[in-house]
Design a protein around this ligand. Structure first.
Ligand code: ANZ
Ligand code: ZN
Length: 820
């Protein structure tokens, strides 16, 4: 056939690849060096969409590149199949979440096969399979043994619409990440993972990823962990035995602390308020009701009007003995630091706004050279010289901090400390479609871990259960399941009815791919040594904080438990951009949804994949309105026809071929690898296009398709193209007379001797002015070049009657003549 028919080509190669399995990675005899490339696994929320198509096209470029370089690449795939999206959709359609989920998985799997993803289909996992989540339960119990999983009663983020608890990270600007409802607070007893034990390491180890992770992700992680250094300072309270401790990052400003603010919703506020007159108690109670309705993000907003209540009580500033009033407000959070602050209105804007709103004193203690805050209305937060601060006067910030901390420490009134924004990870969910928590509650024995030989605790059937959210877990309704004998004492007891946050599933799935079907262990230690950590992780920036942080936490815990010998799960990270339509994110409600299946039906798989890589740098968003899959298809046809036109035999001596084309081919071979390794996929594609142009020119020229250089170029194109357009490349490879498996055919190293220039342009200057230039052999000697320059008519004229005092020769490029 001489017409390029992409659909016929797809149908032809799929079954052959199924047989060939070029991407199987599990052969123990395989001697190729190992590499682990991982794409973030999808939610099975429907068929694959354009976002998946981009992610998997780019992940495939990387994975196929390393296969082509001769590596044994592990490139697995699975489904993150527990969780709210599946459950909500199932409730809406009146289906069992299981049936709905597994139908979608089957559909996505078929689409991935057609999309020619280079996955190892022997390494597949589905997190809602008992064979998977059994190991979530095992991990939970390992954490529990170490005190890293615990239960506590606290005010949690609550989505009134999803009727479920949300982690801080799932609250986006005060709204539920899933359904956009306003998030409120609710007191519940919940399970937590103790991420805060690892806060320092989670922060410090980010330094080891510098250069290999996007800078933006590193800084998002750092901000999320939010370590700040400062001091705990103790303030005596009139009428109270115990002092109150506040955390401050600016102990240097202690002389400027003119009042104290306590979080209105803290236990301390309640206690302080209880010892006041009836009027104050009434005002406090009223205020507390209002505060409870807002979330942390609103409360911390700098532009929020400041409100609060005077308690009529006083604290003593430990450095100067001043009596300062105590107030309650919502801009201080109950669960950060100690839930109370020393307010320094002159040098902190929120304190300043509060002081203005409630008419409190403002005292400047740092001279920053800026206008007095009392006049400008703006707190001066920069560095400067301490004033109005007794022993600190004249000091700079850092000296003042050290001096005041030493002073406080010597009097037992404070100490140097650090604080984290990071909170422990709340993992309890009151939903059905998740991993049951493997704990039994017994009246006699308390919390009892389910013994190993009774794992997995399988989810009961959804049949007969009311899955609609109502604030308690639907599992409570599964009476046969809930009521069990206590594993310790045998008396009637009850299972924990909460399920785990699905981020637990994705925190260690990269290890499960090492042995996805094992029933005896979560993953084999030796395989973890051989394959892990992941060399290259590819996925969306939406997971820049949560998922990556939790996977890093799990890895560190597993390291400390002796299961892995590395501390970071993902050595290199590539975040791809999003696929937009007309400048905005695709969504049903906007009506700008582009269906992947239609694009594939219209342009073919290869054209869509190539477009994803060619559209721009992978980190940037792609606007589907601005790209041209039909242009990609035209280029692929052109490349394919060139392979069709090659007539030389496979072993003709290439050295006799067209020099120009050979040069183009080897320049390509020199440039291509570094471009792909540097994630410049779009430039790599542009280079293939250039090479195809050179190839076409040679075929249409004198030597035609019989020139062995034409074959060399065409084979190079087929191999390089297989990263982006596997069907077309495989078909070209066959036309060029090879057995199927272009994906495994290695690109040769560039022959750099072909790229050495044989001539150069020499310039001649006389007294700094350019007088002549001419072509010379690159290996011309200095003497020969000097002689040539002096013979030039233009140079002779420029010298004229003058005599030469100096000649500098830099062969082959420059002759510089100086005269007097
Ligand atoms: C006095 C001061 C003076 C402060 C100044 C800042 C500037 P980061 O860096 O985020 O840790 N703070 C402490 N506990 C708080 C709470 N529970 N809710 C709200 N704010 C709280 O911020 C630490 C600073 O935030 C602390 O330092 C405290 O204000 C405030 F010129 O103390 B600072
Ligand atoms: Zn018991």
């Amino acid at each position: 056939e001489t017409e390029y028919d992409v659909f016929a080509i797809q149908d032809k190669w799929l079954p052959i690849w199924d047989e060939l399995r070029p991407f199987a990675s599990g052969n123990p005899q395989d001697s190729r060096p190992k590499k682990y490339v991982l794409d973030m696994f999808p939610y099975p929320s429907g068929d694959l969409h354009m976002g998946h198509a981009e992610a998997y096209a780019l992940g495939d470029v990387v994975s196929r590149y390393w296969v082509q370089k001769g590596f044994n690449v592990m490139h697995p795939i699975g489904w993150d199949s527990f969780g709210l999206p599946a459950e909500n959709a199932a409730i809406k359609r009146g289906l069992d979440p299981k049936v709905w989920t597994y139908d979608n998985i089957a559909q996505q799997k078929a689409s991935m096969r057609r999309y020619a993803c280079s996955f190892d289909w022997d390494r597949v996992l589905i997190t809602s399979d008992p064979i998977y989540y059994r190991w979530n339960q095992w991990l939970f119990l390992e954490f529990y043994k170490k005190g890293l999983a615990y239960r506590k009663n606290s005010n949690v983020n609550w989505c009134p619409s999803c009727q479920t608890v949300l982690a801080n990270e799932q609250v986006v600007q005060g709204l539920c990440e899933r359904c956009d409802s306003v998030v409120t607070k609710k007191a519940l007893t919940q399970w937590y993972f103790k991420v805060t034990d690892y806060a320092d390491r989670l922060l410090d180890d980010l330094d080891t990823l510098e250069g290999n992770w996007p800078a933006k992700v590193l800084s998002m992680q750092r901000n999320w962990i939010g370590r700040s250094y400062g001091a705990d300072v103790q303030f005596e309270i009139e009428g109270r035995e115990e002092p109150v401790t506040v955390f401050t990052t600016r102990p240097d400003t202690l002389f400027g602390a003119t009042f104290m603010v306590v979080a209105a919703d803290s236990a301390l506020a309640a206690e302080l308020a209880a010892n006041t007159d009836a009027e104050t108690q009434r005002k406090f109670a009223e205020y507390l009701e209002i505060v409870k309705q807002s979330n942390d993000i609103e409360r911390l907003a700098t532009d929020r009007p400041k409100t609060g209540v005077h308690l009529g009580r006083f604290a003593i500033n430990p450095v100067n003995g001043e009596r300062i009033p105590i107030l309650v407000s919502d801009y201080v959070l109950a669960d950060y630091g100690h839930g109370a602050i020393m307010a320094v209105p002159a040098h902190d804007q929120r304190d300043f706004d509060f002081a203005k709103a409630l008419d409190l004193p403002i005292k400047v203690v740092v001279d920053t050279g800026e206008e007095d805050p009392n006049l400008s209305g703006t707190a001066t937060v920069g560095e400067g010289t301490l004033i109005n601060s007794g022993p600190l006067n004249g000091l700079a910030k850092q000296e003042a901090i050290e001096t005041v901390i030493a002073l406080l420490e010597s009097e037992g009134k404070g100490k140097k400390t650090k604080n984290f924004r990071l909170r422990d990870w709340l993992i309890s969910r009151q939903r059905y479609w998740g991993t049951p928590i493997p704990i039994v509650h017994c009246e006699m024995c308390g919390e009892v871990p389910v013994p190993q030989d009774q794992l997995p605790v399988e989810l009961p059937s959804a049949e007969g259960l009311d899955l609609k959210p109502k604030g308690t877990s639907p599992l409570g309704g599964a009476e046969d399941w809930v009521n069990v004998a206590c594993p310790k004492c045998g008396m009637p007891a009850k299972r924990d009815t909460d399920t785990m946050d699905t981020f637990v599933d994705s925190s260690w799935y990269f290890l499960r791919f090492l042995s996805p079907n094992s029933t005896t262990e979560a993953f084999p230690k030796q395989a973890a040594k051989d394959w892990a950590p992941v060399d290259q992780y590819v996925g969306g920036v939406t997971h820049a904080i949560l998922h990556l942080l939790y996977a890093r936490f799990f890895t560190k815990v597993l390291h400390d438990l002796g299961y892995v010998d590395f501390q970071e799960p993902f050595t290199r990270l590539l975040n791809q951009g999003m696929v937009l339509m007309g400048g905005s994110a695709m969504s049903k409600s906007r009506g700008n949804l582009v269906a992947l299946s239609e694009q594939l039906d219209q342009h073919g798989v290869d054209a869509v994949r190539l477009t994803m890589s060619f559209a721009g740098p992978p980190e940037e968003d792609i606007d589907w309105a601005d790209v041209s899959p039909s242009g990609s298809a035209k280029f692929l046809a052109r490349a394919w026809r060139a392979a069709n036109d090659v007539t030389s035999a496979v072993n003709t001596d290439v050295a006799t071929g067209n020099k120009e084309l050979r040069k183009a081919t080897h320049a390509f071979l020199r440039d291509f690898g570094p471009l792909i390794e540097g994630f410049k996929f779009n430039v790599g594609v542009a280079k293939i296009m250039e090479l195809v142009n050179a190839l076409r020119k040679a075929i249409d020229g004198e030597a035609g398709g019989a020139d062995p250089a034409v074959r060399e170029a065409a084979e190079t194109v087929a191999k390089a193209l297989s990263l982006f357009a596997p069907y077309t490349a495989e078909d070209m490879w066959q036309k060029l007379g090879h057995q199927p498996g272009v994906a495994l055919a290695q690109l040769p190293d560039a022959d750099l001797s072909l790229l050495v220039e044989s001539s150069a342009i020499a310039v001649v200057q006389v007294d700094g002015k350019l007088r002549d230039k001419f072509e010379v052999p690159v290996d011309i000697t200095e003497d020969a070049l000097r002689a040539l320059a002096l013979e030039s008519e233009a140079v002779k004229r420029a010298i004229g009657e003058k005599s030469i005092v100096n000649t500098i020769v830099r062969a082959p490029k420059l002759v510089n003549i100086a005269t007097n």
